[in-house]
Every structure is written in C-alpha cells, then in structure tokens.
Design a protein around this ligand. Structure first.
Ligand code: ADP
Length: 370
C-alpha cells in the first residue's frame, strides 16, 4: 500500500531518534511533459500504472514494516526502510543502490521514462523536513551517477594502451621477427606501458566533471612525433583487420596541447577508424596548417556516419548506428572533444573522400595568442 508523503513523515516521526533509516527516492520528471503533450487523462493513467509497478517492485525488495509513499499528481516516489528487523545498523550503500535499481527497472517496464534516483539516511524525527531529505537523496544520486560515468571513462581510456600492449606482445610471441623489429615492438610496448602509468596518474587529476579548470602553464608538443606514436600504437590492431594506414607526409610543427592528451585524442579517433572501418580497407591520415590552427584529418572507408547522427556521437555515452555488434562505451569521442575544446581546438565529423567517415581535429598552433 502507498502512503501519502505526509503520512510517511508522521510514521518516521514515530521512529526512535537513534535509528538510521534509509530513504530511497525516485523522481520521474517526465510526468509533467506527458501531461502537457498527451493530456491530463493520459498522464493520470500513466501515473497509476507507474504507482502500481512501484508498489509491486518495492514489495518484492522490502521487509514488513518498510514503507512506500507517493502523492497523487507528484513525480516523487519514496521508500523508507524502517522495518524493525533491520535494527539500528546503517544499511550498506550497495543494498540501497541495488534496491533502487530494481524498482527503477520495474517502473521502466511500464514505459521507458527518465528516472532520477538517490538515497539518504534519516536519523530520528524528520517532521516538516521530508522535502529536504528528498532533495539530498536526489543530489547524492546525481553525484553517484556522475562519478560512475567518470570512472567508466577512465576505464575506457586505460583500455586503449592496454590493447596496444597486448597486440604487440602477441605478435612477439607468435611471429618470427628479426631482431630489429622485435626491438622496435618492445620499445613501442614499453612506451605504451609508460603512457598507461601516466594516464593513471593524470586521469584522477583530469576531472571529466570540471574541464573548465584552465590548464597549468601552456602545454605544447610536436605533432608529428605524437601522431607517429599514435599510429604505431594502433598498427597491430589495424594489421589484424588487414587494414593499411596511409599517412601523407607533413613537416613537424608545435601544437598547443599536452603530449599525452594529443596522443590520446589521435589514438581514440584512429582506434575508431580501425574498429568501424572496412575490413582490409584503408585509413588515411593527413595534416593541413590553417594558421592559427592545424587540422588533422583521419579518414576511413567504412559505413560513415549519417548526417543526422554527426553531432550526437560526441555526447557522453552516445553510441551510433555503426556501433551495433562492436564493443564500446560511447565515451571516446566525448572525451576527445572535451580535451580539444579545453585547449581551444575542436573535432567534427564529415563524409570522407574514401567513402566512410572523416574526423577533423583542429588544434591551435603553439606560441600564438589565442
Ligand atoms: P564507442 O566507439 O565506444 O561507441 P565513441 O565515443 O568512440 O564510442 O564513438 C561514438 C559513436 O560514433 C560510435 O558508437 C559509432 O557509432 C560512431 N563512430 C565513431 N567513429 C566512427 C567511424 N570511424 N565510422 C563510423 N562510425 C563511427
């Protein structure tokens, strides 16, 4: 049975002051939009179906004495885990999150609505303060999700050098190579391992959530050297797919971005060209100076990207049509755009003369007033 929020407040007031009661909150902000778009009766029907799904899912996860609450026409659903059998020990955060996820999944089956959720611990009397606790719970939920996205991004970025290192090591183990090639492969693998270490150090400082912080000092690197290192790192993966990487020659130039950020941005786009490009196809890499910027174009002859999708794929956790049956997390391009914009550059996608996608990365030349 669902109580009203006012009755839930009274119920919580009756609890003894030293008990830690988890309060789980779900909010469905789209009710309002649905009412506006589809009319009040449709919004009410959806609300009662949602409330029924909420009550059923909550009943499956809860104990006797726990309480569920919702006010008609509000977009807030609350669970207070105040069953006496839980005692006064604070529950594990994992349990709260898992219960929230189960309830949210059940609600999503009614209709795929955006759900924000979160939890908090309430101690003792809360009269008149339920709104504040709901607010605190939802804020914590948003923060937890941001943190989760950030660490997924870190994991994704760490996988790039790891894949490259394993590719080189596998080739070294399986193929008969001359001493000079073996040495070159080992050097590349070692360079990637060092980059992995730097990424690990740097990632925790480079907060995806606060890219507004200005870079310390004025970073700069040599583009040709970084591009070479990114191409070498990706070559084993390209070879496995029978692809050729064709790099148009260009002179060395200094660009205003930190060396690791530069290799990482180029590496992400090259990795996508290998992943989404045509089997046994070609990847083209060319550079053009458009003072005060340098423009690096990475082309492939894969399926390309539909005009309607070209902006969306730079969003965090957005995967496009080509992503079907290819592993990924939709984070790489968002990170590349964030890194480039951070230094005053950018990335965009167009149609490639090779027939697939062309990613154009612009990076400011070093030593210019921007
Ligand atoms: P992921 O590859 O993990 O999905 P990204 O952020 O790197 O994430 O890319 C976002 C989406 O952009 C991909 O899911 C894919 O649909 C599209 N995409 C990226 N690169 C290419 C490419 N070279 N050719 C076709 N589609 C691409």
């Amino acid at each position: 049975m669902l109580l009203t929020l006012a009755r839930l407040t009274r119920r919580l007031d009756l609890q003894s002051g030293d008990r830690a009661i988890p309060l789980l909150v779900l909010r469905l902000p789209e009710f309002e939009r649905i009412a506006w778009r589809e009319g009040r009766p449709a919004a009410r029907r959806l609300e009662s179906a949602t409330s029924a799904a909420f009550a059923q899912a909550a009943a499956r996860s809860l104990r006797a004495g726990d309480v569920c609450a919702h006010d008609r026409r509000s977009d807030i659903y609350v669970v207070a885990m105040c069953a006496a059998s839980r005692g006064s020990r604070a529950p594990a955060a994992m349990d709260c999150r898992a219960t929230l996820e189960r309830i949210a999944a059940a609600i999503s089956q009614v209709r795929d609505l955006a759900i924000s959720s979160g939890w908090t611990i309430v101690n003792g009397a809360v009269a008149g303060d339920l709104d504040r606790h709901i607010h605190v719970a939802l804020e914590r939920g948003a923060w937890e999700r941001e943190r989760h996205d950030f660490f997924s991004a870190v994991g994704h970025e760490l996988r790039t050098p790891l894949t490259s290192i394993s590719g080189y090591l596998e080739t070294l183990l399986e193929e008969r190579l001359d001493a000079a090639t073996r040495r070159r492969f080992l050097q590349t693998a070692r360079r990637e391992a060092l980059r992995l270490g730097r990424l690990l150090d740097g990632m925790f400082a480079f907060s995806l959530l606060d890219l507004s912080v200005s870079p310390s000092g004025l970073p700069a690197c040599r583009l040709l050297a970084e591009l070479d290192s990114a191409v070498e790192a990706i070559r084993p993966a390209a070879r496995l797919r029978g692809m050729e990487i064709v790099r148009t020659p260009f002179p060395e130039m200094e660009v205003a971005i930190a060396p690791d950020a530069c290799t990482q941005a180029l590496g992400n786009v090259l990795q996508n060209a290998v992943k989404y490009g045509r089997e046994c196809g070609t990847i083209g890499v060319s550079v053009e100076c458009r003072t005060p910027f340098v423009c690096i174009a990475i082309d492939d002859d894969g399926p390309g990207i539909d005009a309607g999708e070209r902006e969306a794929i730079f969003g965090l956790r957005v995967r496009g049509a080509a992503a079907e049956q290819r592993p990924g997390s939709g984070i790489g391009l968002a990170l590349v755009r964030a890194m480039l914009r951070h230094v005053g550059g950018d990335i965009r996608v167009a149609e490639s003369p090779l027939g697939g996608a062309r990613f154009e990365l612009t990076v400011p030349l070093a030593g210019r007033n921007r």
